[in-house]
Design a protein around this ligand. Structure first.
Ligand SMILES: CCCCCCCC(=O)SCCNC(=O)CCNC(=O)[C@H](O)C(C)(C)COP(=O)(O)OP(=O)(O)OC[C@H]1O[C@@H](n2cnc3c(N)ncnc32)[C@H](O)[C@@H]1OP(=O)(O)O
Length: 141
C-alpha cells in the first residue's frame, strides 16, 4: 500500500520500522532486523519496539485477512481500515539484537473484531507472545 507513512510498516516513513509481512500458509510472517540504537537492556531489544512490531504485524494480518474474505488478494482497498483495539503482551524471554521473526494467525473474527495471535521469535524461540484485537473502522464498511 502506497503512500504509507505508518511507523510500523510504512515504506514512506524513513524513521519507521518498515516491516514487510506476507502470508505463509495460514500464518502471516515477517523477518526483521533491529538497528543498534533500538536497544533496551544491555544486548537486548527495547520492549516497546517488540510491542510495535507485534502491533503493526497483527493489524496488517487482520487487514490482509479482511481483504481475502472479500476475495481481494492483491489490491489494497482504502475503504477497509483497521486499528488496534487492544493488545496484551507476554514478554517471555529477552530478545537478542539480531534478526527476529513474527508469526501471526487469525484466531477468530466477531463482527468488526479480529482476534490475532502473534509470536515474536528469535532463532525459532518464542520471546514475546501477543494477543491483539484489531477493529475494522465503521466508516469503512
Ligand atoms: C496502514 C496499516 C495500519 C497499521 C496500524 C498500526 C496499529 C495502530 O497503531 S492503530 C492506532 C492505535 N489505535 C487507535 O488509535 C484506536 C482508537 N480507538 C478507536 O478509534 C475506537 O475506540 C475503535 C475504532 C477501536 C472502536 O470504536 P467503534 O468502532 O465505535 O467501536 P464500537 O462500536 O464501540 O465497538 C465495536 C466492537 O468492538 C469492541 N471494542 C471497542 N473498543 C475495543 C477495544 N479497545 N478493545 C477490544 N474491543 C473493543 C466493542 O466491544 C464492540 O464489540 P461488540 O460488537 O461485540 O459489542
Amino acid at each position: 500500500m502506497r503512500p504509507n507513512g505508518c511507523f510500523g510498516c510504512g515504506q514512506d516513513n524513513p524513521y519507521g520500522l518498515q516491516i514487510e509481512s506476507h502470508w505463509e500458509g495460514d500464518e502471516v510472517v515477517c523477518q526483521w532486523t533491529p538497528k543498534e540504537y533500538m536497544i533496551g537492556p544491555p544486548n537486548y531489544l527495547y520492549g516497546g519496539i517488540s510491542a510495535s512490531l507485534i502491533d503493526c504485524h497483527s493489524v496488517n494480518t487482520a487487514l490482509s485477512y479482511a481483504h481475502k474474505k472479500v476475495g481481494n488478494d492483491d489490491k489494497y482497498d482504502r475503504s477497509i481500515q483497521m486499528v488496534t483495539g487492544s493488545m496484551n503482551l507476554r514478554y517471555i524471554k529477552p530478545v537478542p539484537m539480531r534478526e527476529v521473526e513474527l508469526r501471526a494467525t487469525v484466531e477468530k473474527v466477531e463482527g468488526r473484531k479480529y482476534f490475532i495471535k502473534t509470536e515474536l521469535q528469535s532463532d525459532g524461540i518464542t520471546c514475546v507472545r501477543g494477543d491483539v484485537v484489531a477493529i475494522q473502522l465503521k466508516a469503512a464498511q
